[in-house]
Design a protein around this ligand. Structure first.
Ligand SMILES: Cc1ncc(COP(=O)(O)O)c(C=O)c1O
Length: 370
């Protein structure tokens, strides 16, 4: 059997190992320490923010922001329907009522439908949260989203979990809203094996989120608590991995772009489409669009037969059983992308031999289709 080609495996080498060893030797084998502090400074720089708080994942990062905002069942959480569940689950767990909004052809939220949802939510007199998603590492229109959220007095938080290293014009991903989050999960553009960060210009939010992530311990000699917190802080060892990853992010971005270009060449003359390009995208995953779900499933099967991991585009949230009965604005565009879209193997470390294997599968698929 051929060696498995994963969808988006970590791009790591001896550099990460040496950074972890150095962290071990420093004695800080704990969820605090100099590597965490340094990682946060670098993340704040990367996102153009004043503050970054490193935590155990983007899901945790979102929950911390919402806990700070005191999101509860009196809130409406407006969320793009085409996303990974972690965009909505923290707000949902805290009791907010999810309202889903369809995307446009790029996969990011449809601004007209969003405005309709915001206007309807404003009429209810309830507090409104809007959680944007930079889907597949492609930033949404930060300027227009901020304007819309100001107009309807919605709190704007941006889920940039998939968009580390991407840009919207001159703005880096993570710079939108009152706060944004990054993910450093094993499959993300850069990884800490598991991890995430809150990014913000609001000192109160940054300080509170950091405190909440450490059991909300007060400054005292003993364990003193005035509110319920979480145990979500990032460990010093993982921050060491993150620092090594940040130092090679340029290389990873370049490699991902050349993978995207490789797929473009493979598809030439074969009537194969891709999710439209978005300026500043990080090419985290390359997404191919087939004619229908039958073709999508056939391509996935052919890749699987060669031990290559692929995956359908995220199943829209309004189609998930757990959100049965929730309000949705539109829905056809995301349903169409789900039925036709395949996330292709997009590792930054794909070798020439692996690329040849992938190209062969695409050739076989195209030949069958004629
Ligand atoms: C859009 C999006 N949001 C949030 C998350 C959750 O990130 P984490 O695994 O770091 O909690 C992910 C993926 O894991 C994601 O793709």
């Amino acid at each position: 059997m051929n060696k498995r080609i994963f969808l988006s495996p970590p791009f790591v080498d001896n550099k990460e190992r040496l950074e972890v060893e150095a962290a071990f030797d420093s004695g800080y084998v704990a969820p605090c320490g100099p590597k965490v502090d340094l990682f946060e400074l670098e993340l704040a720089k990367l996102s153009g923010r004043k503050y970054a708080v490193a935590v155990s994942g983007a899901t945790a990062a979102l929950e911390l922001i919402f806990a700070h905002l005191k999101v509860d069942k009196t809130w409406i959480a407006i969320v793009p329907t085409l996303t990974f569940i972690a965009t909505v689950s923290p707000a949902s767990r805290l009791g907010a009522e999810p309202w889903f909004v369809d995307c446009d052809s790029t996969g990011n939220v449809d601004l007209k439908l969003l405005e309709k949802a915001l206007a309807d939510a404003a009429k209810t007199g309830r507090k409104i949260l809007f959680i944007a998603v930079d889907l597949f590492g492609r930033c949404c229109d930060y300027d227009r989203l901020e304007k819309l959220c100001r107009k309807y007095k919605a709190k704007f938080v941006c889920d940039s979990a998939e968009a580390v290293g991407a840009t919207f014009g001159a703005r880096p991903s993570g710079s939108a809203g009152i706060a944004a989050v990054y993910s450093f999960n094993g499959n993300k553009l850069i990884t800490t094996s598991g991890g995430g960060a809150v990014l913000t210009d609001d000192k109160k939010l940054a300080d509170h989120v950091k405190k909440l992530s450490q059991q909300s311990r007060e400054k005292a000699l003993w364990y003193e608590h005035k509110e319920i917190g979480y145990n979500f802080r990032m460990s010093n060892l993982l921050a060491a991995v993150g620092l090594a990853q940040l130092s090679k992010m340029g290389k990873i971005l370049k490699a991902k772009k050349s993978v995207r270009e490789f797929y473009g060449r493979c598809a030439e003359g074969k009537r194969l489409e891709f999710l439209p390009k978005v300026e500043g995208e990080n090419n985290w995953l390359t997404i191919m669009l087939l004619k229908n779900c039958r073709e999508r499933d056939r391509l996935i099967k052919l890749f699987e037969a060669d031990n290559v991991e692929t995956r359908p585009v995220w199943k829209p949230m309004h189609l998930q059983k757990v959100f049965n009965g929730c309000r949705v604005y539109g829905g056809n565009v995301s349903e169409n992308l789900f039925s036709r879209g395949v996330c292709l193997a997009s590792g930054a470390g794909l070798t020439k031999t692996e690329l040849k294997r992938i190209a062969k599968v695409i050739d076989k698929f195209a030949a069958e289709r004629k």
